[in-house]
Design a protein around this ligand. Structure first.
Ligand SMILES: [Zn+2]
Length: 430
């Protein structure tokens, strides 16, 4: 069965929120009118507010995600220009120790699996601050990073990672091939969701990839997002949310075959897909890839009703977190946040949690210190603030890093402090 052909059409009486829209699917020409998840109005999650701007107006956009009934891509339509979002991106991957280690392990594995040498060429799309490519540089494998945010690209250059400040697409890929910079390995970690013109992006990969070359791309798995209530990973900067099924269809349309897949624990459950040129016989499709496709189909990812059930899960998670916070406040407890990630801003804005519940949050990234969370205006301090104020509860907003954060901040137990993780449901870790 073709992956672009719906097994269940849009008009089969599925009880699902509909919103009138003139928008079309980012990938195919399907009309977007079936709501997957409505999180109300929210500001752009990376637009941290400076002290002097606290009394100014702030732009809020609908945080509503749709599912395309033709290709099953879960997605937004465009509210804000990518240049507005990414020209000064505040996220530096190197601020997360576990993410840098993840990059180190991947490098060892892939150099070995593909037999990469000093004659190979590795290109990473959205290479951020060089947290990953630095490992290849140390192993003597030539690399090129492509990163649209100038401030993080500069940090990569300081790690000896050559970096182009540019958006990747067919034009960029064609030029690189002309310059003799086609790739044996193309890496894209947590970038696919942030691509607005997905056909230009994946089309660019096809152009840049050498015959026999391999692409690995990591993205949060929609199946896990839905199974574990990770609605806070939905934000305007993430245009698309992929199942293996929808990704397979998109890559296939661009002459690329997903021949293998790994399920990873990162970001609450991600996929690492392996792609090659469709005609590349050196990379036969694995049982793992076939098995995951079958599993998603068995779970109903080719039918609207599976997607339509998500909103109630989201609402229940919100009620549970508010229950906990209201109880804590009634008991006179103090609550601080940990982290200022994009997902925290979706969660706090959707749940209506401001300084009435959380006095402040902390973050390791000095860029955010002295600024305020968008929408909720919760102040952001350096992590030392926690030891100074000794809160009763520390709410971990980047719950995907909860083990690392609990270890680093185990000292809160000295004064009886407890950690709280909001997703998949509010849970206290004594
Ligand atoms: Zn579509």
């Amino acid at each position: 069965m073709s992956t672009t052909e719906p097994a269940e059409g849009p008009d089969q009486g599925v009880a699902m929120a509909r919103r009138p829209t003139t928008s079309q699917c980012l990938f195919c020409d399907g009309a977007l009118s079936h709501v997957f998840c409505d999180l109300g109005m929210s500001p752009l999650c990376e637009s941290f507010v400076q002290e002097g701007d606290l009394n100014k107006m702030e732009a809020f956009y609908p945080l509503v995600v749709y599912v395309c009934p033709k290709c099953w891509l879960v997605q937004f339509y465009k509210y804000a220009a990518p240049t507005e979002i990414f020209s000064e991106y505040a996220y530096f991957s190197s601020y997360s120790d576990s993410w840098v280690e993840h990059g180190g392990r991947y490098t060892e594995m892939i150099i070995d699996r593909l037999g990469l040498t000093s004659d190979s060429h590795v290109v990473e799309l959205a290479s951020n601050d060089g947290y990953l490519l630095q490992h290849f540089v140390k192993k003597g494998v030539p690399v090129l990073g492509i990163e649209p945010a100038a401030n993080v690209a500069k940090a990569a250059e300081e790690k000896n990672v050559p970096t182009l400040v540019e958006f990747f697409g067919r034009k960029c890929a064609t030029r690189l091939v002309e310059e003799g910079k086609a790739a044996d390995l193309i890496i894209g970690n947590n970038v696919l969701a942030q691509v607005y013109d997905i056909n230009d992006f994946v089309g660019g990969i096809t152009i840049l990839l050498k015959p026999g070359g391999v692409v690995t791309i990591e993205f949060p798995h929609l199946l896990r997002l839905m199974a574990e209530n990770q609605f806070d990973t939905i934000y305007h900067e993430h245009f698309s949310y992929f199942s293996f099924l929808s990704a397979t269809g998109i890559f296939k349309a661009h002459g690329l075959r997903l021949f293998d897949v790994e399920e990873l624990p990162t970001h609450g459950g991600s996929l690492r897909i392996y792609a090659c040129h469709d005609e590349d016989r050196a990379h036969p499709t694995t049982d793992r890839a076939r098995g995951l496709l079958e599993r998603e189909e068995a779970e109903g990812f080719r039918g609207l009703s599976r997607y339509g059930a998500f909103q109630e899960q989201v609402d229940a998670t919100k009620r549970g977190l508010l229950d906990f916070l209201i109880q804590a406040k009634r008991q006179g407890k103090s609550v601080a946040g940990y982290g200022a990630p994009g997902k925290g801003n979706t969660l706090l804005n959707y749940c209506g949690i401001r300084t009435d519940f959380i006095e402040y949050t902390v973050d390791r990234n000095p860029y955010k210190h002295g600024r305020y969370l968008p929408g909720t205006h919760i102040p952001i301090f350096a992590p030392e603030r926690i030891a100074q104020t000794k809160p009763d509860y520390v709410l971990i907003l980047p719950w995907n890093l909860k083990d690392e954060i609990m270890k680093q901040n185990a000292f809160i137990r000295d004064w009886g402090g407890q950690f709280v993780v909001p997703i998949p449901e509010a849970r206290v870790y004594p």
